[in-house]
Design a protein around this ligand. Sequence first.
Ligand SMILES: Nc1ncnc2c1ncn2[C@@H]1O[C@H](COP(=O)(O)OP(=O)(O)OP(=O)(O)O)[C@@H](O)[C@H]1O
Ligand SMILES: [Mg+2]
Length: 434
Amino acid sequence: MGQAEKIRVLVVDDIAETRENLRKLLSFAPDIEVVGTAATGEEGVKLAQELTPHVVIMDINLPGMDGITATEQIVREVPTTQIIILSVQGETGYMRRAMAAGARDFLVKPPSGDELMATIRRVYEIGQAQAARMAPIPTTVVPGVAGHPAVGRQGQLVVVFSPKGGAGCTTIAVNLAVALQTRLGASQRVAIMDGSFQFGDVGVMLNLQASRSIADLAVRVEELDADLLTSVLIPHPSGVKALLAPPHPEAADAVIGADGGMVEGSRRIGAILDGLLREFDIVVVDTWSLLNELTLTFLDRADLILLVVTPLIPDIKDARHFLELADRLGYPREKVGLVINHSDRKTGLRLDQIERALIPALAHIPYDERAGIVAANRGLPIAVEEASRPIGQAFVHLAAGVLERLSQFRKAQEEEEEVSVEVSRRLLGRALGI
Ligand SMILES: Nc1ncnc2c1ncn2[C@@H]1O[C@H](COP(=O)(O)OP(=O)(O)OP(=O)(O)O)[C@@H](O)[C@H]1O
Ligand SMILES: [Mg+2]
């Protein structure tokens, strides 16, 4: 988020006291500014047009034009503005309509200050990411790599994400990459990218020295080609090539962009991903648990998102929110695969309950204290060290599940392409009168 730019918020509620309370709550957030308030839907739409706020907090029950209709109009007329619906408990019927109208999120009255601020920041980030995606990337940024046409990428992207820190993303990303490479053999190329620029530990887990890192690439995205990639990626004995995080957290600025605005960062990461996907068959990205623009750049481009949870209520709750967000972002359901880590821990939650609350799991990874410690201390991935233990087998199983999902996805894509080729052939035929 830009240091100078505040998140500009418009509050629409017919009750003066609610407007005032929201304003008061938000006055404690140094990065948020209430730029206007409106008491009716009509006034809300008018002010949204005039002020183009980043975020509108919209009451659902308004006299005259209701909150849903006002949402629809704002989404249509001020598409950069994100809307959070505010409602009283039990209005879930409206809620679905509000989401269909284009609202980004909802809050139940009265929201706590923390909840309100967190939701505003989250939808603001979504809006920024949307803007970054819509901004055209200059073609010089992604030139064709020698031997490969610039059009179309060959590789497939797997992004490992968890809304909760410490759930095991890095462990899973690293071991998945190694298990995939082992299974596919030398004819296929697998890369891992540390998407956790500030405190990434893919290098530590793979026992690799981060002598070269993404910081070396980020400043040269304009000249990104196969040679440059090869010179920056670090080979692991398994055959996997790793694009590591910078050795010092400060160097992450080189990736994110000097303005800290992340729009530039998104563009750079997009270009780096394009480069990797031209050179590798599968790219696995380890992310951090913060859902910001950079993370969204990875998630948007993913063929498969592995959502990592442990069998704990807060994890499940956050994962549910993530699945809802994925729906709102228009991701197809097959794009998300659930991985339950520490699956054998006795937490009072059964795996079938978790899967019913979320989605069926692609893999269960048991807790293995010894393997975890060996991996952490020796820098050797479990998939290599502990292939005969249940945890090693779980990674083999995960790799198989991922490959199956990726091949289904590729098949569906090819069928889609065939259909569109057939359609254009027919249209051309008709145009030519044959
Ligand atoms: N299935 C497992 N069995 C034993 N130890 C595990 C398992 N999964 C993860 N660990 C250990 O738990 C710790 C946290 O895992 P990891 O670093 O992969 O999580 P993360 O989600 O990447 O965390 P962060 O949010 O810090 O990036 C590590 O020490 C790792 O070795
Ligand atoms: Mg991690």
